[in-house]
Design a protein around this ligand. Structure first.
Ligand SMILES: [Zn+2]
Ligand SMILES: [Zn+2]
Length: 259
């Protein structure tokens, strides 16, 4: 099993990283894609500590839409920052998370869009898959992904929370859909419908740790071991076994990220 998206190089894990990794590998999680924020120096530095403890770790680096506003005066600097971080981290296998977040609107929308576009261009140049964060910004996200020809590289919609319509749009565009612990929440019936319908060869699973702990751990710090719970709930929804979900999502991860 593979956790396709987590933030274990963050400060929430600094004190007990060894235990977190031991629980993950003990639960059968062989690999994790650890997201690094290019504008977060301590997180970039902590990547070495993470990869030295867990051989199955790979990285994806980008400027999150929440942080795009830091580069309002010089959006090219965001791209240079990501490029330098990629150059410095040989285990980089993805570019992201990047995208648009109109729910929180922590960065002005025009700046989010510009930083998003420029990072897609960098991903195409580097031939890296993109990990997309999109919240309440469906139309602009799809428009920009199309404008910038993102589909030249694999595209993953991480922590997918859209409805069946949005899932269909993503699948038609050739994108992958990554499901997180939200799929276990009681009121997530529409998302479980999506989980039932996504073709097995387009599905990924993730925790987004430390966020979004699945039921029955809600409210606690999340960690990669809990990706097993995501696989179980998707399996129940589809009337299959967690082993089937694990194998398919492992294969997809290898195809997309060439770990
Ligand atoms: Zn995200
Ligand atoms: Zn994330």
């Amino acid at each position: 099993m593979i956790d396709s998206h987590c933030h274990i190089a963050g400060p929430e894990f600094a004190d007990d990283l060894d235990d977190v990794i031991a629980r993950a590998t003990g639960a059968g999680v062989t690999h994790a894609l650890v997201i690094l924020a290019a504008d977060d120096e301590p997180e970039i530095a902590q990547a070495a500590a993470v990869s030295s403890r867990w051989a199955g770790v790979r990285f994806s680096i980008g400027v999150h839409p929440h942080a795009a506003g830091k580069f309002a005066a010089d959006t090219d600097e965001a791209v240079r920052r990501v490029g330098r971080a990629i150059d410095a981290q040989p285990l980089t296998r993805g570019l992201g998370e990047i995208g648009l977040d109109y729910h929180y609107d922590f960065s002005p929308r025009d700046i989010q869009q510009t930083v998003f576009r420029k990072q897609i261009a960098l991903a195409r140049e580097r031939r890296l898959p993109v990990v997309i964060h999109t919240r309440e910004a469906e139309d602009d996200t799809f428009r920009i992904l199309e404008d910038e020809r993102a589909a030249d590289v694999p595209v993953v919609l991480h922590c997918f929370t859209g409805d069946r319509g949005m899932a269909g749009r993503a699948l038609d565009a050739g994108f992958y859909i990554s499901l997180a612990g939200i799929v276990t929440f009681p009121r997530a019936d529409e998302l479980r419908e999506v989980a039932r319908l996504v073709p097995l060869d387009r599905l990924l699973i993730e925790t987004d740790s430390p966020f979004l702990a699945p039921v029955p751990l809600r409210g606690r710090r999340n960690e990669p071991a809990n990706v097993a719970r995501v696989a179980e709930v998707i399996a129940e929804t589809r009337g299959t076994t967690a082993a089937v979900i694990a194998r398919a999502t492992d294969d997809n991860f290898v195809r997309v990220f060439a770990p």
